[in-house]
Design a protein around this ligand. Sequence first.
Ligand SMILES: [Zn+2]
Ligand SMILES: [Zn+2]
Ligand SMILES: [Zn+2]
Length: 113
Amino acid sequence: MNLPQVRGVDVDAQTRCGHYHGATDIIAIKMKCCGEYYACKDCHNELAGHAIVLWPVAEWDCAAILCGGCGAELTIREYMECESRCPACGAGFNPGCRKHYQFYFEVGAGLRE
Ligand SMILES: [Zn+2]
Ligand SMILES: [Zn+2]
Ligand SMILES: [Zn+2]
C-alpha cells in the first residue's frame, strides 16, 4: 500500500501519531494552509511553523481526508457523511473526531448536528 506522505510526530503505517494513537485513529488530514497531509492538528502545530487555515465550506468537496487503513482519499463532505466508517474499506474511524471538526473545517455555517 502506498500512502501519500503524512507528516507528524511518530506517525505509524496507518497514520496514527504520538498524540492520537487509538485503534481507530487512522485518518490524516490534508491541511488547507500547506496542502500537506498531517496526522493531526497537534502534529501540524509542532512541525509546520504556521497556523492552521480552516477549510471553508465551499471547498468541502476537495479530497482532504486520507484513510490510513486503505489509502483512500475522501472529500471532506464524504468524511463528514461516512458515519465514522471508511466508505472504501469499511475501517472504523474514531467517532470522537467529530468534536474536533472545528480545528480543521469551517463548521457552523454548513454543518448542523
Ligand atoms: Zn499548514
Ligand atoms: Zn499528532
Ligand atoms: Zn479505508
